[in-house]
Design a protein around this ligand. Structure first.
Ligand code: CU
Ligand code: ZN
Length: 195
């Protein structure tokens, strides 16, 4: 083997080592992305109110304002159900101890898309929809509620209540519509437990 041939073989070996190293790094990055889901910043486990509701939600702080709510609930009647953050973190009395809608700015009841300092309670998250088996997949990104303890809209240690009826989002044309959305009794509720 002359000098030229020798250096070509060594260069080839070096390249192979570099390629193997690159492959290992790529696989490690891909694996970490694939198997490491983000840990939720809060969770909610539902207990029955007037209906036999169960299920779990994961809540995530988003990069900008707001919270992403994700999870599954079962034991509902088919159709729409009012879905709100209520002011008290107490689930007793079939969820009645959770109090009224979380309303730090003393506004009327409304829809999640109404102005939060004028036309919506902070806790107004609209409706969820259960299928014919009473199961609901929940995926809500709301930009008003917060998991930042310094925020006036902080929802930690409060309750989420799911109602037996549909929230009319403040459009019902009667006084109760601007207070509760006429969403009816409390099907189930859960405490928002920060992690
Ligand atoms: Cu409610
Ligand atoms: Zn409300």
């Amino acid at each position: 083997m002359n000098l030229y041939e020798f250096s070509a073989v060594e260069a080839g070996k070096g390249l192979l080592v570099k390629m193997k190293l690159l492959l290992v790094v790529c696989l490690a990055v891909a694996a970490s992305c694939a198997v490491a889901p983000r840990r939720p910043n809060a969770v909610v486990d539902f207990v029955p109110g007037n209906d036999n509701v169960s299920g779990r939600l994961q809540l995530y702080r988003t990069d900008y304002a707001g919270v992403l709510i994700q999870g599954k609930v079962s034991g509902l009647t088919p159709g729409h159900h009012g879905f709100h953050v209520h002011a008290e973190g107490d689930l007793s009395g079939k969820c009645t101890a959770a109090g009224g809608h979380f309303n730090p700015f003393q506004t009327n009841h409304g829809s999640p898309y109404d102005n939060p300092v004028r036309d919506r309670h902070v806790g107004d998250l609209g409706n969820i929809q259960a299928d014919r088996y009473g199961n609901a997949d929940i995926y809500i990104h709301d930009t008003v509620i917060s998991l930042d303890p310094a925020s006036h809209a902080y929802i930690g240690n409060k309750a989420i209540v799911i109602h037996q009826g549909r929230d009319d989002l403040g459009r019902g044309g009667n006084p109760d519509s601007l207070k509760t959305g006429n969403a009816g009794g409390r099907a189930g509720c859960g405490l928002i437990v920060p992690h």
